[in-house]
Every structure is written in C-alpha cells, then in structure tokens.
Design a protein around this ligand. Structure first.
Ligand code: NDP
Length: 330
C-alpha cells in the first residue's frame, strides 16, 4: 500500500526540494492512530518547512503540514474508532514528525481532538492552527476581563490567517474591531469579516519616542510583534491586555519600555497553540463551533491541492497570502 504525500528532500548539495510522490505505508512514523487525511492548510511554519528554512525540520525526507483533519482508519487508542472525524494541530507534527500534506498520517491519539459537529474537515482546516490561536487569544483576553462594553479591540496583521479569524470571532461576540493591515486593498474583505475600522499599517509601524500614547484600545490581538507591538501596548487603555500571538514583523522590540505595564496596569498575554493541553483545545474548538460565523469563514477560504504547495510556500513567507488557504489533499 502507498499514500500520496508532499515529500521534502535534501540533495547532496544541501538544496531542499519538494514534490508530490507515492510513498510506501511502511515509511509512516510510529503512532497509535492512522488517519485518512482529507484537508490541511498552510501556515507560516509550513512555508518554512517546505522551503527548508528556519531549522524546524530535523531529518529528511520529510512530510510537512502542521495541521490536518480527516477520518480515522485504524486506532489502538480506545478514544478513537475507524470512521471518527478528527483534527490535529500543533504538537510539532509536520516539523519533528511527518504531517498532514499526505493522504495518510500516523500520530499519537493524545494529539487528536474530535471534529466539532458544527464543522466539516474543510472548515476545520480553514480554522487550523491560525484560527485555534485566534480563539485562544480571545479566550485569554476574556479571562483577563475583556467584555464588549470595555471598548474597541485592535487586531494587527489582520488580513493574515490569525488576524482574519480573530476579527471574525471578535465581531461575532459583539466587539467593535479595528483591523491593522499593510494591504489597504483588503479593507473590504476585513469590513466583510466585521471590522468597523481599517487602519493602515504605516500608522503604527514606526516606534514612538513617547513612553505612553492616548488610550485607544480595550485590548488587542497582535500577530506582528516588534515595534508595532510596543506602539499597541502604549495605546491600550488602563487595565487592558494584549494577546501576543506572532512575530510577522519581528521577535525583537527595540523600543521596549515597561511604562505601559507599571503606569497603566496593561498586561501582555503570551499565546502558544502548539503545546496547549488537550482540555483547553477541546474548549477552544467547542467555542470555534459556536463563535466563529461559518459564512464568514467560507469567505476566507482559498482552496488548493498538494501540488500547489511548493509555489504557495514563498507567498506565505512574503506575507502575500490572504485569509485561510485550505489544501484538499485527496
Ligand atoms: P500570515 O502570514 O497569514 O499573516 C501575517 C500577517 O502579518 C500578514 O498577512 C500581514 O498582515 C502582517 N505582516 C506581515 N509582515 C509584516 C510586517 N513586516 N509588518 C507588519 N505586519 C506584517 O500568518 P499567520 O496569521 O498564520 O501567523 C501570524 C503570526 O503568528 C506569525 O508570526 C506566525 O508565526 C505566528 N503564529 C503563532 C502561533 C502561536 O501559537 N502563537 C500559531 C500560529 C501562528 P496584513 O497584510 O494585514 O498587514
């Protein structure tokens, strides 16, 4: 038996290449659940793994794909039976372990969650790690005390994967959402997702010499990092919070100051989706089933096949992918 996969290989010259190939089943990694993968997606990390960048992949040949959804084919884990629909995101699958860019995957049952009834595998992958991260960010902000009457919520990197889903969830929950984008041509798309205001990235890109700016936002979801994150922290209202989910601009904050934390009680909340415990994932997927408007989600989807991935990788690394790519692996 074989399965079809996007196989990333390293040549004798060290060059990394990716191509769709038939792979014998006996090359699947160890695991207690075998899944017939139906859909996957494309994240920044997938772009790095396909391009052989970022040092995420330790051994070749490798099957990338950090997320997948499909149907259980065989299971030694009593929680799963053949025919069950499941989702996998994170746990370093697609980096350390073979991932979802394949018609078949073998993984640990602990890494899977059941597909919520409200979603198809295609919709679950339109959500993917990006959408799960957006939901975790919203849940963290709620835990920190955020509610719609507190004021406007800012989302940076808004036209990207995490940003798009964050905008749609927040708007659905009744928040007034301001979306920061460097692609002003996406303004209609962002308003369609529920953003009330669209802000040009240039307004927040440069560091401010002031220790604090006027209080504007009750909270923020930040996908960008760097000096933009610092600008946002300086504009958050007293006792507000910022969920830091990404580093699309930079991991470093050259203009860093603790002033917003110690004079305004602002909190910076770290969001990791990769190693989140299973219970929290189950809660987040349940919330996604109720709080993410599926018509808006469908509007974010662009569908591709496995063979499109080598060309998509540089696009996501260049910040040129809008919304949520769904990969139909079959
Ligand atoms: P995308 O590439 O889909 O979106 C990132 C967005 O950031 C872009 O669309 C763009 O938005 C904006 N952006 C890109 N470059 C810059 C820049 N130089 N300055 C300002 N804005 C920029 O990625 P994702 O949404 O999937 O991921 C976003 C970030 O979150 C990434 O850094 C990713 O690694 C990280 N991540 C973290 C996770 C976690 O568990 N914490 C999980 C998933 C992702 P626009 O065009 O609107 O300006």
């Amino acid at each position: 038996m074989t399965f079809r996969a996007l196989l990333v290989e390293k040549g004798a010259d060290g060059a990394v290449s990716a191509s769709v190939q038939d792979v014998p089943d006996d090359r699947l990694p160890d695991g207690d659940v075998t899944v017939a993968v139906e859909h996957s997606t494309l994240n920044y990390k997938d772009g790095l793994c396909i391009a052989g960048k970022g040092g995420l992949v330790r051994s070749y040949p490798h099957v990338p794909g950090i997320d997948f959804a499909g149907t259980v084919e065989a299971s030694a884990d009593p929680r799963y039976r053949p025919g069950d629909k499941v989702i996998l995101t994170g746990w370093r699958v697609g980096e350390m372990w073979w991932g979802g860019y394949a018609t078949r995957a073998k993984v640990k049952g602990d890494w899977l969650v059941p597909l919520p009834e409200a979603l198809t595998t295609r919709q679950a992958m339109a959500v993917g790690t990006a959408g799960l991260t957006a939901m975790l960010a919203v849940m963290a902000l709620e835990k920190a005390g955020l509610s719609p009457p507190k004021g406007e919520v800012l989302v940076t990197g808004a036209a990207g994967g995490v940003g798009s889903v964050a905008v749609a969830i927040l708007a659905r929950l009744g928040y007034r959402v301001a979306a920061v984008t460097g692609r002003t041509e996406t303004a209609d798309y962002l308003r369609g997702l529920g953003a009330e205001t669209v802000i040009d990235r240039a307004e927040l890109a440069e560091p401010s010499a002031k220790p604090l700016e006027s209080e504007r936002w009750a909270a923020a979801v930040d996908a960008v990092g760097g000096d933009m994150l610092m600008r946002v922290l300086k504009q958050v209202k007293y006792d507000g919070a910022v969920a830091a989910i990404g580093l699309a601009a930079s991991a470093a904050i050259p203009s860093f100051t603790v002033i917003p934390f110690i004079l305004r009680g602002v909190s910076l909340l770290g969001i990791d989706s990769v190693m989140r415990p299973r219970d929290e994932r189950l809660d987040a997927w349940c919330r996604i089933g109720t709080d993410l408007p599926l018509d808006k989600l469908d509007h974010m989807i662009a569908e591709y096949g496995l063979s499109d991935l080598p060309a998509l990788a540089p696009a996501i690394l260049d910040g040129k992918v809008r919304g949520r790519p769904v990969i139909d692996v079959q």
